[in-house]
Design a protein around this ligand. Structure first.
Ligand code: ATP
Ligand code: MG
Length: 214
């Protein structure tokens, strides 16, 4: 049995065509089903639905053999125990710094003042500001980061941006692009050895579907 960990929403939707290219069809729709384990047309392949941030944990500890996770989530997790053979080029966005449209970000950076930064991505933010030599106080949040600069909780946020319309709707502006983000295939290192016969063709078929040789 091969267990594939996916999160509901964009990652599930954008992974479906890649699975189809490998001959795998998920037999239930996670939006209408309450099940957390979904069967596929292949009796020895099942999908488990977990939170996006839990995908690396499931795969690293063997609760799933393989999964799909964003680069953001993988950096924050650290990636121990995971083999990352493929960038799937799905769920693409960028990690950016944003501030209120009346906040002088460059001024604060140039003066060397402390910056209060709210984010869900504390590792990425810490690393980014350390490289710039900017002293930051990091405030960990789990959602609705856009609210932090509007309420005075923080001067800046580090968050994912795709179109920028959420920032705009909240009078925020993107002042720095930290990195491009897309989702990757992650594989349990032990499973890759023990279940190689089943996993290798699956990884190869997905690689062919995204146009990358393994
Ligand atoms: P939830 O929204 O349920 O709290 P989440 O934010 O972790 O969970 P998603 O919003 O589905 O889950 O995001 C999953 C992954 O998709 C993220 O880790 C990121 O890599 C990517 N992603 C997030 N937001 C966007 C976006 N606006 N456009 C494209 N990709 C995105
Ligand atoms: Mg989200």
């Amino acid at each position: 049995m091969i267990t594939l960990a996916l999160s509901k929403g964009r990652i599930f939707e954008e992974t479906l065509p890649l699975l189809a290219a490998a001959g795998i069809e998920v037999l239930e729709d996670p939006e209408s089903s309450r099940k957390l384990i979904l069967p596929t047309n292949q009796p020895d392949v099942r999908v488990v639905l977990v939170r996006a941030t839990d995908v690396p944990t499931y795969v690293a500890y063997g609760g799933a053999d393989i999964g799909v996770a964003g680069r953001d989530v993988l950096i924050e997790h650290g990636g121990a125990g995971l083999y990352q053979p493929l960038d799937l080029q799905i769920a693409r966005c960028r990690m950016s710094v944003a501030v209120r449209d009346d906040f002088d970000y460059q001024g604060v950076v140039q003066q060397g003042s402390r910056l209060r930064v709210a984010t869900k991505y504390t590792s990425i933010a810490r690393q980014h500001f350390a490289e710039k030599g900017v002293h930051v106080d990091l405030i960990k949040l789990y959602g609705s980061m856009e609210l932090a600069p509007l309420t005075g909780l923080a001067d800046a946020i580090v968050d994912l941006v795709s179109t920028g319309s959420t920032l705009k709707a909240n009078r925020l502006v993107e002042v720095e692009r930290i990195m491009d983000i897309s989702s990757r295939l992650v594989v349990n290192q032990a499973a890759l050895k023990l279940k190689r016969e089943a996993l290798k063709p699956l990884i190869d078929a997905i690689a062919a579907a995204v146009g990358q040789p393994t």
